[in-house]
Design a protein around this ligand. Structure first.
Ligand code: GRF
Length: 200
């Protein structure tokens, strides 16, 4: 059984969908949900589903290494970002090389980068009169939205589309595909080799 951790900053509908998907699987489960926002709805959703939660501050992520210690303590094999708004620090990227993925609510490399999340993405797609949008699932590296792409799928942008209606279409694609992509990757994971927890 592989252990998945979810990092999220916001509402957490994807997180909850992933938690539920894995709740009756014997290959993997969501063991930990971590957030950099104390009041984030995602923490409440995780608690309601009996998942252990962790709130962390900036320095615990980037400087003192608390977050990587939690990940190792709870034997996390794979990290899923679901609406997480900070860059992942190098020590976690190195320890979890090839084991951290993100979902982006557009067709990368378009509409990516710092500040491109949520409504801003959908507004930009509509302002450019794009005929299509979609989702991108990609590996996470040191830069925003630039890791290798694992999966993309598209939806139509109608002439009367609003940011809200597009967000709804994109969320539907996310709910349909993200858990299955995670499952496919997690099934093939070798055991995690812990590099140097003391230096983490
Ligand atoms: C999703 O649309 C995802 O693409 C992006 O952040 C959003 C999170 O939504 N990375 P939710 O909190 O899961 O509802």
């Amino acid at each position: 059984m592989r252990n998945i951790a979810i990092l999220a900053s916001g509402t957490g509908t994807n997180a909850e969908n992933i938690i539920k998907y894995f709740s009756n699987k014997n290959t993997a489960k969501v063991s930990l949900v971590l957030s950099n926002k104390r009041q984030a709805q995602v923490l409440k959703r995780a608690e309601a589903n009996n998942i252990r939660t962790v709130f962390f501050e900036h320095k615990e992520f980037y400087i003192t290494g608390e977050v990587i210690r939690y990940l190792l303590l709870y034997k996390i094999d794979f990290i899923v970002l679901a609406g997480f708004l900070w860059l992942v620090p190098e020590n976690i990227i190195e320890q979890y090389n090839g084991r951290i993925i993100n979902i982006h609510p557009a067709l990368l490399p378009a509409y990516g980068g710092k500040g491109m999340y949520g409504e801003a993405v959908h507004k930009a797609v509509i302002a450019n009169q794009d005929k299509e949008s979609g989702i991108t699932i990609h590996y996470v590296n040191k830069l925003y939205d630039q890791g290798d792409i694992i999966f993309q799928t598209r939806c139509k942008v109608d002439p009367a589309e609003t940011p809200d209606s597009l967000a709804e279409k994109v969320h539907a694609l996310e709910y349909m595909h993200y858990p299955k992509i995670i499952e496919g990757l997690v099934e093939k994971l070798p055991d995690l080799i812990i590099k140097s927890p003391d230096e983490a």
